[in-house]
Design a protein around this ligand. Structure first.
Ligand SMILES: [Zn+2]
Ligand SMILES: [Zn+2]
Length: 186
């Protein structure tokens, strides 16, 4: 196992940053990841960066627009994971896409995994777990006797204040089992 190529940011330092400084930290991290890529692929264009991704996706390499998109809500709540994993993950897509024949590579195929391991020194995980409390319309997971249910923050608050919901299928009262987790996307 290799060690991460980029330094591990201090979680306490990150937690203390205001929103603006946190975004600057993200941009700095993109720059550091880009510098690693340029070392091995000098012709790589610099990606533009947008914080305009919504919903449950953490990041996205957008080749049509020519850059990387990140989710500002998830960044705010998952700062360390964004710097350590999300930025290299998307930058690896960016690099692979710009390799010769890279646009034909599978999204998390051999090339992408090799960049994650060899260049960034990271395990090439495709999924990533995040707290989606504020970014998902129905982030609260409930269980009955037959399935899982997703409840909005409003309905969850009603349960907290004493209201009971029943499953329409099995008629059991729904039991809270925590926040839904995100699967990190492309
Ligand atoms: Zn049920
Ligand atoms: Zn991906």
């Amino acid at each position: 196992m290799t060690s991460p190529a980029l330094p591990d940011p201090d979680p306490q330092w990150l937690a203390d940053l205001d929103t603006e400084a946190c975004r600057t930290a993200l941009l700095d991290r993109v720059e550091a990841a880009f510098a690693l890529c340029v070392d091995v692929h000098p012709g790589l264009p610099r990606p533009r960066v947008w914080l305009d991704l919504r919903g449950r996706s953490a990041g996205q390499a957008h080749f049509g627009r020519g850059g990387l998109r990140f989710n500002p809500v998830l960044l705010e709540e998952n700062r360390h994971a964004f710097l350590v994993e999300v930025v290299p993950h998307e930058m690896a897509h960016w690099l692979v896409h710009h390799l010769e024949d890279g646009h034909r590579a599978r999204p998390h195929g051999h090339e992408w995994r090799t960049v994650m391991r060899r260049l960034f020194g990271l395990a090439p995980r495709v999924t990533h777990r995040f707290d989606t409390a504020r970014s998902s319309p129905a982030p609260h997971r409930y269980r009955c006797g037959c399935r899982e249910h997703a409840l909005s923050a409003r309905r969850h608050a009603l349960v907290r204040s004493g209201r009971a919901y029943r499953c329409r299928h099995c008629a059991q009262t729904l039991v809270y089992c925590g926040l839904r987790k995100l699967e990190k996307q492309a």
